[in-house]
Design a protein around this ligand. Structure first.
Ligand SMILES: C[S@@+](CC[C@H](N)C(=O)[O-])C[C@H]1O[C@@H](n2cnc3c(N)ncnc32)[C@H](O)[C@@H]1O
Ligand SMILES: [Zn+2]
Length: 376
């Protein structure tokens, strides 16, 4: 018996002991619980493999709140197993399995045994690159993978050789690298999945405080990588982005310079390949919104509504500071700029990636001009 203070989160009561527990990651656990609950209601079953469970909090919450039929709680650290067992004692023993293996061992064992899970939770420290190919071996057709990366360095754009080695993506430094970090993770997993004949589609993507999380669905469908996986061009001169097709990569130049502009044509800096498709599944996120009240998770509705609204906008965003700098004016007010762009017929919304940025399908020169007029 460990002497420790009882903590609570959602319906779980637990002790921490020497296990890793970060209260600020509650949002990610709440979203995982909600996505799992929606899956449970749609498919009538939920078997969870929580590969890096720490003190077991996620496993407890998937069992108690998402009504998982089975949770497999694993952590490679032998030191925390006393705490883990004590916490999971609250569950029916038929509902839980506890192991102390490395995640990769489990994934390959699942493949050998033909034992596939509805949800894999991979809450790793650092970069999860070494797990991308193997985790696909343990998920069922239509199942979910919830993957974490805390590796901000590799995606910063300053170490493209590292991102190329780990994820097959050549990153570049520009104002929306955090979004591209999420897209690099999704893209790398999608490419590994395509090699195995599977398709990956995002359910939601979350950037918060240097932590990157993606929840994706894996289906045994023929992948069409060309559609959602490619390069994003950044014009270092005017600051705008474009998404060139694979076929015409060699012709990539910035379209936003006027004919009389002496700088035209301007070559773009290409980052990729990365995921260029939707960042979230609008319908799935809406289903999560609709379950949130029942599960006492209504505090996550505003974030989910932002996911829903930004889901299919282009694969970049504009920081307001960048808009102000480009227009040589004060930083524009976000709400006023969004309203003005909407009035012009563009799509525009806040983004969860930054409270000081917008997502829109308007080109940057229009955004700058609109900001200028909407501020007067
Ligand atoms: C970020 S913590 C997990 C936190 C926990 N999921 C939560 O939400 O409270 C990462 C955990 O992964 C474990 N770990 C690290 N590498 C692992 C591996 N390759 N296989 C299994 N567990 C691993 C560590 O012991 C640590 O407890
Ligand atoms: Zn340009």
């Amino acid at each position: 018996m460990t002497l420790d203070v009882n903590l609570t989160e959602g319906k779980a009561t637990f002790i921490r002991g020497s296990a890793f527990y970060r209260p600020h990651s509650q949002t990610s656990r709440d979203l995982g619980v909600l996505a799992a609950a929606v899956y449970r209601s749609k498919l009538g079953r939920l078997r969870v493999l929580d590969t890096m469970t720490g003190c077991g909090l996620r496993s407890l919450r998937y069992a108690l709140e998402s009504e998982a039929d089975l949770v497999w709680a694993n952590d490679a650290d032998p030191e925390i197993h006393g705490v883990l067992r004590e916490n999971l004692n609250a569950l029916d023993p038929r509902q839980v399995r506890i192991t102390q293996l490395s995640a990769n061992q489990i994934f390959w064992r699942c493949a050998i045994d033909g034992d596939y899970y509805d949800l894999l939770d991979i809450d790793s420290f650092g970069n999860p690159a070494a797990l991308l190919a193997s985790c696909l071996q343990a998920v069922c057709d239509g199942g979910l993978i919830y993957l974490t990366s805390t590796d901000g360095r590799t995606i910063s754009g300053h170490f493209p050789q590292d991102s190329l080695r780990l994820y097959g993506t050549y990153t570049r430094a520009h104002p929306c690298v955090q979004e591209h970090a999420l897209r690099m993770l999704i893209g790398s997993l999608a490419q590994q999945a395509a090699m195995q004949g599977f398709t990956v589609m995002p359910i939601f993507s979350l950037y918060s405080g240097q932590i990157y999380r993606i929840m994706v669905r894996v289906t045994h469908q023929t992948p069409n990588l060309e559609k959602n996986y490619g390069f994003v061009g950044y014009c270092p001169q005017c600051g705008d982005y474009s998404v060139p097709s694979w076929r015409y990569l060699s012709r990539t130049s910035c379209l936003h310079h006027r004919d009389d502009d002496p700088r035209k044509p301007m070559a773009m800096t290409l980052a990729g390949p990365l995921w260029t498709g939707v960042l979230h599944d609008r319908d799935y996120v809406q289903a999560m919104v609709e379950r949130a009240d029942d599960l006492n998770l209504s505090s996550q509705i505003p974030l989910l509504e932002i996911f829903r609204d930004e889901s299919d906008l282009p694969p970049y965003h504009y920081p307001l500071g960048e808009v102000g700098r480009r227009g040589k004016m004060d930083i524009p007010k976000r709400g006023r700029l969004i309203d003005a762009l909407l009035k012009l017929g563009y799509r525009a919304t806040v983004t969860h990636l930054s409270s000081a940025a917008i997502k829109t399908n308007a080109p940057l020169d229009i955004v700058v001009e609109t900001a200028r007029f909407s501020s007067t």
